[in-house]
Ligand binder design. Structure first.
Ligand SMILES: [Zn+2]
Length: 242
């Protein structure tokens, strides 16, 4: 958009949608840009549904990806950088008169830092802010999961890519995750034990993928993307009320 277009849009806009992702390995199955590509596509669809009350902000392409850095191509921010840049993005948009913000996050490894960032932003800038992971409900995951573990470059994420951003799906190269450990917790917390020992992804899976992306399909991706958008639109309709 040009600035006159933004100026015009601001007459009705109450909410900025900010897609946040990461630049990290996704096995042989999907591109390093997957998390920001999916978050951006999802946020664009939310912006369409909430038009003219919402505006899509520029994508925030990097995240917290220490656990993937031992694979070629991964880029990680430090949490301090991540939270500082996000704060400055919201601060800038607030100066244009926007008071509500929704961060659509494509990367599970950002959750801890986002939790801190939204508190800093809410307290420091006095805006209304929320964030959510661009990931289907457990019910939908149960429906389409075909392997014991999913969560990264798996049948779920690859299906979402085939529907939302087909150019990033390497359909000729799809491969099952080569699991080295029965469980992975890298960057995701320690589950019920509360114990967290950081794991690099190459300690968990030899090819960087989890699950089995050979089961992925655009049809499954469409159904899951729809569920995510329905659920988040319902939340945002409520979020916009006061
Ligand atoms: Zn991903």
């Amino acid at each position: 958009m040009s600035w006159p277009e933004v100026k015009e849009a601001l007459n009705t806009v109450e909410l900025a949608l900010i897609p946040v992702g990461s630049n990290e390995q996704h096995g042989p199955n999907i591109a390093e840009s997957s998390d920001i590509a999916l978050a951006t596509a999802g946020a664009r669809n939310l912006a369409r549904r909430l038009f003219p009350r919402a505006i899509l902000a520029s994508s925030f392409p990097f995240g917290i990806s220490y656990h993937h850095v031992r694979f070629p191509g991964t880029i990680t921010l430090r949490p301090e950088t991540f939270t500082a840049v996000l704060h400055d993005v919201v601060s800038s948009l607030k100066q244009h008169g926007i008071g509500k913000f929704f961060i659509l996050n494509g990367h599970g490894g950002n959750m801890a830092s986002l939790g801190v960032a939204v508190w800093q932003i809410q307290q420091g800038l006095g805006v209304k802010i929320a964030h959510a992971l661009h990931w289907p409900s457990q019910e939908m995951v149960d429906k389409y999961q075909r392997s014991p573990q999913v969560g990264h470059a798996c049948e779920i994420e690859t299906s979402l890519a085939m529907h939302l951003a087909p150019s990033i799906a390497k359909t000729e190269a799809l491969a099952k995750g080569e699991m080295l450990e029965p469980t992975f917790t890298g960057g995701m917390g320690g589950g019920l034990t509360g114990i967290v020992e950081p794991q690099y992804f190459d300690q968990v899976t030899a090819n960087g993928a989890v699950g089995d992306a050979t089961y992925a399909s655009a049809e499954a991706g469409e159904a899951m993307a729809q569920e995510i958008e329905d659920r988040l639109t319902a939340f945002l309709e409520d979020f916009l009320k006061d």
